[in-house]
Design a protein around this ligand. Structure first.
Ligand code: FAD
Length: 372
């Protein structure tokens, strides 16, 4: 756990002081990302053989959760970078893997499309072969770190083969890559999530990641467990932050005419209790998901689907309670609750959305094929 003291220092000295401005100005947290890179933390899940820390998901979870407690926008940039890195560690070139490990390359996933919407596993964007090149066209709904990342793990339909999807490593400098419209979001405003378009974007066919038409297994088998657990950790961090802030607020807020505080009201304490139970259940589910993965338990995929939906929905409820118990003060930006309330809204609609997961989980529990 030698990375934790460095991380905590960066969180308190570099990320926390600008978290409010990152949200207010929709400012990409470039200084934080550069600092995390220099500290080796962008290479946390990169193999030691390419210069990375060689750590895994349990450690990445700690990074995302601790950052999310002060700035969920920055945490989501790191979350998507670790997801992209997971693909590139398996299927990328040594050169890009070394750049990521050295902290000089930020990556992300560009999967969700305006055509197939949140059904990210079925892109309608195309890749057409032109000799040794592929010509990509497609329209992505939203990409975290849009126009800020150094590369995009980009999905299209297959170029020539059977199958549902193909992955590509798209360099940020590729001609034909654009952001049609800056996205002025409700929450996670600093993570620079925006639509992106590929228009006749020309890539060498060697930029294909894995085999043509074979991306489904990578998306579901490799990335989904990582993404689900990391975004769950962002939700867990958010819940911790709003619970701390609301407990501090209700304990300090006086009802002078009664000589008591908001925390002396049983109704307020009952709301706080309900929020704490939700938050702790969510954390326990996240930790059990990690345990299932570590031991290869038979229910691992069920846990993966549950953890994303369960923590996202818990974060909606916990941040809602925080807004309620803090009353009018919660509307004030300086109290630091409404930002987490807004940021928490993203997890339930980031693909796979909670409602899609409910359908998948219901199928799994009823013994039906989930992805059939
Ligand atoms: C802050 C933020 C960052 C993002 N970053 C990225 C990123 O880095 N990379 C990326 O690829 N994408 C990213 N996305 C996009 C995201 O993953 C989703 O695609 C998007 O939020 C879903 O939007 P949509 O309008 O296409 O959903 P829609 O598919 O239109 O969904 C609308 C509603 O219909 C429901 N619905 C849809 N299909 C079903 C179904 N089969 N069963 C039941 N209900 C269904 C949904 O649950 C939802 O409630 C990001 C989104 C946000 C908000």
């Amino acid at each position: 756990m030698s990375y934790l003291p460095k991380l905590d220092l960066i969180v308190s000295e570099t990320i926390a002081p600008v978290a409010q401005a990152t949200d207010r100005d929709s400012a990409f947290p470039r200084t934080a990302i550069d600092t995390l890179g220099k500290a080796g933390l962008l290479g946390l899940v990169s193999a030691k053989e390419v210069g990375g820390m060689g750590l895994g998901l349990p450690e990445a979870v700690q990074v995302v959760e601790r950052i999310a407690k002060v700035c969920p926008s920055t945490a989501m940039v790191v979350c998507m970078h670790y997801c992209g890195t997971t693909v590139l560690e398996k299927l990328g070139t040594e050169s890009v893997r070394k750049d990521i490990a050295a902290g000089r390359h930020l990556t992300t996933l560009a999967w969700s499309e305006t055509g197939s919407r949140s059904h990210f596993w079925a892109p309608v964007g195309t890749a057409r072969q032109d000799g040794d090149f592929a010509i990509l066209n497609g329209s992505k709904t939203m990409v975290t770190s849009a126009m800020e990342a150094d590369s995009y793990v980009w999905s299209t339909g297959p170029m020539a083969a059977e199958g549902v999807s193909t992955l590509w490593l798209v360099d940020s400098k590729a001609a034909g890559l654009s952001e049609p419209k800056f996205f002025d979001g409700l929450g996670l405003r600093g993570n620079r999530s925006s639509p992106m378009t590929a228009t006749d974007l020309r890539l060498p066919t060697s930029a294909m990641l894995g085999v043509d038409g074979g991306a489904f297994d990578t998306m579901i088998g490799v990335v989904l467990p990582v993404f689900a657990t990391l975004i769950a950790s962002c939700s867990v961090g958010i819940m911790d932050a709003v619970l701390d802030a609301s407990c501090a607020h209700v304990s300090a807020s006086k009802l002078e005419h009664m000589g008591s505080t908001l925390a002396d009201l049983p109704t307020i304490r009952a709301y706080i209790a309900r929020a704490k139970i939700k938050a702790d259940m969510a954390r326990t589910l996240r930790d059990d998901t990690l345990a299932a993965m570590a031991t290869g338990r038979a229910d691992t995929m069920l846990r993966v689907m549950q953890v994303k939906a369960g923590t996202a929905e818990a974060a909606l409820e916990v941040t809602d309670i925080a807004m309620r118990v803090c009353g009018g003060a919660a509307f004030r930006k300086d109290v630091g609750i409404e930002r987490f309330f807004r940021d928490a809204r993203a997890a339930s609609i980031m693909a796979p959305t909670s409602d899609v997961l409910y359908d998948f989980i219901g199928k799994a529990v009823c013994g039906m094929p989930v992805f059939g």
